[in-house]
Design a binder for this molecule. Structure first.
Ligand SMILES: [Zn+2]
Length: 398
């Protein structure tokens, strides 16, 4: 059998490297051993930054001309948790009743293993692609993500690399392979709001200023009215207050100040700048009211700190890329996928600054859990989908 065409064998090799972030444990070497015999030029680089662990990364390219298709992903995994709770050892990659068990099976060594197999099959049938295929693989997705994809993209761009499209192999399907592709993400913006009062005795509130009264007014202004009603591609933006804290254990003391933390997941109604302006405007207006502070004619004293950096919202509008992925899914599974922008952030937030990016991988149900697993037939299905997608994407660019 030609090299690396079996996604199950590829995945077992990768899972047997216990590459819990930031350890590589041989995972990238194993990947290099799969790619180099196919003709990929492989670069391995370690990125370092003060205060974070060094992390190994890999960039591999087959071909010298455009168009250029990139597959992005990671070989690091989250810790196993309670190892005794696993029904199969987390790094043994055992198959039982058609299910492969192991940490990283779906998040996302499985996606990497399938894309390697898809490229190997494509080359076996067609020879080298009419353009280039590259792998951009980090060992720092599940960790601080400082010595990973962002630096790898910058490194490759400095080397003159340019891409026309990227597929990121994170597990995107909620239940069944082919359910969902992701073409964007809401942005994320966090802040801390502090209201300053004057400490005092609860029996003499006129001598104090309870900052919780001011906080109640400001918190209401953050929450009401809703930020928006959603857009064509996105669910409504949402602000969640995640803590309100005075550090005050006494019920007979009015505290001196109170801090609230909040996070906003926002859609393409907003940019970071317009959203910050909206929040600042709401707070300024609410601070002028004395509704919950009878007898206080001064403004609520408060400070607002935005957490840096925020994550901007993004949406991929590349019809050729989205079309190649969705039609490959429909051809292989018989069903059109839902096109979604739901969920938390991913490395797509870095890639979108370099080229259009779409996310599609395995079924995510067991990711980060004890007994993370993948159905072996899903590995074949995903490999078929990736192979077809590669074919269609290059055919569409010819
Ligand atoms: Zn992942």
């Amino acid at each position: 059998m030609p090299h690396a065409v079996d996604p199950l064998a590829n995945l077992q090799t990768l899972i047997r490297c216990p590459s819990v972030t930031p350890d590589d444990a041989g995972a990238l070497f194993a990947l290099e051993q799969m790619l180099a015999p196919m003709g990929f030029a492989v670069d391995r680089m370690t990125f370092a930054e003060h205060g974070t662990p060094d992390v190994e990364n890999l960039y591999a390219r087959l071909g010298e001309d455009g168009p250029h298709l990139m597959f992005a992903g990671h070989t690091d995994v989250v810790p196993v948790g309670d190892e005794a709770a696993w029904s199969h050892p987390p790094f043994a990659a055992e198959v039982s009743d058609g299910i492969l068990y192991g940490r990283g099976a779906v998040d996302m060594k499985g996606g990497v293993a399938c894309f390697v197999a898809a490229v190997a099959r494509y080359i076996t049938k067609n020879g080298p692609p009419p353009g280039s295929i590259s792998f951009l693989i980090t060992g720092d997705e599940e960790g601080p993500a400082i010595n990973g994809t962002a630096k790898l993209l910058q490194w490759a761009a400095d080397e003159g690399e340019r891409w026309d499209a990227c597929i990121l192999g994170e597990p995107t399907n909620p239940d069944t392979l082919g359910d969902m592709v992701k073409i964007g993400r809401r942005g994320s913006l966090s802040g801390t709001l502090t209201v300053i009062g004057t400490q005092g005795h609860v029996a003499y509130p006129h001598l104090a200023e309870n900052p919780l009264r001011g906080m109640a007014q400001l918190a209401e202004a953050l929450l009401d009215p809703p930020l928006d009603a959603g857009t064509e591609n996105f669910q409504p933006s949402n602000l969640e207050i995640t803590t309100i804290d005075t550090g005050n254990p006494a019920t007979n003391v009015i505290p001196a100040k109170v801090s609230a933390g909040f996070n906003i997941r926002f859609n393409d109604t907003w940019t970071v700048e317009t959203l910050e302006a909206e929040i600042e405007d709401r707070l300024a207006r609410a601070a002028a009211s004395d509704r919950l502070r009878p007898g206080k004619d001064s403004q609520i004293r408060y400070e607002l700190d935005w957490k840096r950096p925020p994550s901007p919202v993004f949406l991929t509008r590349d019809e050729a890329l989205v079309g190649a992925v969705t039609s490959a899914i429909e051809t292989v599974t018989g069903h059109a996928p839902e096109i979604s922008t739901s969920g938390g952030t991913s490395d797509a937030r870095f890639i979108k600054d370099y080229c259009p990016v779409i996310e599609f991988g395995l079924v995510g149900k067991t990711m980060h859990m004890v007994d993370e697993c993948v159905a072996v037939p899903d590995l074949e299905l995903l490999t078929d989908i990736y192979e077809r997608m590669i074919s269609d994407w290059f055919a569409g660019r010819a």
